[in-house]
Design a protein around this ligand. Structure first.
Ligand code: G4P
Length: 533
């Protein structure tokens, strides 16, 4: 059992996901306010046009008003040390979301009460479900006209296949919003609007209080009684085990903007979640309470600060304590290293740290030695955490620099961005170094690539769409490199290499995969690069 038990036990690390505009930033900001990490609202996100953005620091995010990459924030609340991982609100960056979820132990899903489950909610939820982590639902914007709460819960169950347990229940919505009924305590938390002002007041009233009719009005009182009866009869039983396995989602109603229901949500959330979860390394299960330090890299981000041109690797500490003075073993490189400039990030703000514990997320300066999924552990240990799978790209473009004189910057930029895992790059046996084939999961990643190459490397790109949608890594029977002339390929299939020299085929259709496999029986196809690399 770890000597750092009390530090580790108070850690909670979660990711927050939502369709853009559901209120993720506002909710995050309210959490930080409660934790005293920020002093006033509007720090995380400024006014619409400026989007001053603690968590939306990249220019392109500001322009588009979406989160492109995820950022990390830590704050303290009632003895807990909480790490929030913000995730991109757009499906085109779902691979980034997936990596972020690898570093989280639970997820908070924010839903707009007027809209319910939206396109990106569905996509992001799918990514969450792959990890089987607990998912907590916050149904936001109850101070506005909202859909029927039963209908919203039903939608979560039908569309996402996620059973729900309403922890509280709304009384009215919009102008009529009276607060929520806390099912566990049998109490009403009454909401008093401040005419749209930022902080509503909340008072607690028992359900059998004789003044309830006067407080919330006889119609809403009657409706609440009916709703409670229906809920108690029909809704799922609360089962903490099922919550912890991501099978049952506790649902909370509230309004992040007016601050209503945020604190009760945070408190229940902390009560229901656990200390940092273990991670696996093959047969080995690494528990947070193991004394020895271990961590893995889940994200790499270059040029976070344009002035510094630096590159940061984000680590999730899995076990033990990180001590800035001690060397760690970088398993993939087979070397002992001292992590340089370890820091905790509060979006754009950074603070150099001396120590961190299991559950924490830290950023370290990366001189180009880390890759996503790398393991760091105490010297003497050699295990590798299970790799983080990459998503197969679905869109491909041929990319080169418009200005042929900028070949060097072009290649450097492409390689660095590929190392971050923001794109995948390929080359054909015949292309020179002037041209690269880029594969992405969502087309918005091309826009980010174009923008970043221009802003960070001063290179304008020429891009041309390629008609491929699928990819398979290949290996010949004797393990020797395959020659194109020895293969039987249709016109919509292309042989390329990744930057580790592994060969792949790109296909224009699913059908072409089968066709090609039929005619080239000596080849083995792999869906993930991990099968080969
Ligand atoms: P996101 O990060 O999920 O994209 O959403 P964000 O928090 O940026 O919220 C999107 C919009 O919804 C913002 O308005 C925000 O003020 C508003 N909002 C968030 N929570 C609530 C809520 O509980 N009630 C109401 N009524 N509105 C809420 P905006 O007009 O886009 O920005 P701003 O001018 O308010 O900054």
């Amino acid at each position: 059992m770890s000597q750092y038990q009390s530090e580790i036990n108070r850690r909670r690390t979660f990711a927050i996901i939502s369709h853009p505009d559901a209120g993720k930033t506002t909710l995050t900001e309210k959490f930080l306010l409660y934790g005293g990490a920020i002093a006033q609202a509007g720090i995380v996100k400024g006014k619409k046009n400026s989007r001053a953005a603690t968590s939306d620091w990249m220019e392109i995010e500001k322009q588009r008003g979406i989160s492109v990459t995820s950022s990390v924030m830590q704050f303290q609340y009632e003895g807990f040390c909480i790490n929030i991982l913000d995730t991109p609100g757009h499906q085109d960056f779902s691979e980034d979301t997936y990596r972020t979820l690898m570093a989280a132990d639970s997820a908070v899903m924010v839903i707009d009460a007027a809209k319910g489950v939206e396109a990106q909610t569905r996509k992001l939820f799918k990514v969450c479900a792959m990890r089987d982590i607990p998912i907590f639902t916050f149904i936001n914007k109850m101070d506005r006209e909202a859909r029927d709460p039963f209908e919203l819960c039903e939608e979560l169950e039908k569309e996402l296949g996620l059973e729900t347990y309403p922890v509280n229940w709304p009384i009215g919505c919009g102008k009529e919003f009276q607060g929520v009924y806390d099912r566990g305590r049998g109490e009403i938390i009454h909401f008093t609007s401040n005419g749209g002002a930022k902080a509503a007041t909340a008072t607690e009233v028992l359900l059998d209080d004789p003044n309830l009719d006067a407080l919330i009005g006889p119609r809403l009182h009657a409706q609440l009684s009916d709703d409670i009866e229906l809920l108690d009869g029909a809704a799922a039983e609360f089962d903490l085990e099922r919550v912890r396995h991501g099978k049952l989602s506790p649902v909370f109603f509230g309004s992040a903007l007016t601050n209503f229901g945020v604190e009760p949500f945070l408190e229940e959330f902390l009560r229901m979640t656990t200390a940092p979860l273990p991670r696996t390394a093959g047969e080995l299960v690494v528990d947070c309470m193991d004394d020895d330090f271990s961590a893995f890299v889940f994200k790499i981000q270059a040029n976070m600060n344009k002035a510094h041109r630096d590159r940061i690797a984000f680590l999730r500490v899995v076990s033990g304590r990180f001590d800035a003075d001690k060397e760690v073993y970088h398993v993939q490189a087979g070397k002992k290293i001292r992590l340089s400039r370890p820091q905790q990030l509060m979006a754009a703000e950074r603070e150099i740290i001396e120590e961190a514990y299991a559950g924490d997320i830290i950023g370290v300066f990366d001189p180009g030695i880390f890759s996503i999924g790398d393991t760091l552990c105490a010297p003497g240990k050699k295990f590798r955490f299970d790799p983080i799978p990459t998503f197969a790209p679905e869109h491909f473009r041929r990319v080169r620099s418009l200005d042929t004189m900028k070949r060097k910057q072009f290649l450097k930029g492409m390689e660095q961005i590929a190392q971050e895992g923001a794109i995948q790059i390929f080359k054909t046996p015949y292309t020179g170094m002037e041209e690269v084939i880029v594969g992405v999961v969502g087309t918005l990643q091309f826009d980010v690539l174009e923008y970043r190459l221009k802003n960070e490397y001063n290179v304008e790109l020429y891009m041309e769409g390629l008609p491929y949608e699928y990819l398979r890594w290949i290996r010949s029977a004797d393990g020797e490199p395959v020659k194109e002339e020895d293969l039987i390929l249709g016109t919509d299939v292309k042989l390329v290499e990744d930057y580790k020299g592994n060969q792949l085929l790109l296909f224009g259709s699913q059908w072409a995969i089968g066709w090609t496999q039929e005619r080239n029986r000596d080849l083995t196809f792999y869906e993930f690069g991990g099968g080969i690399a």
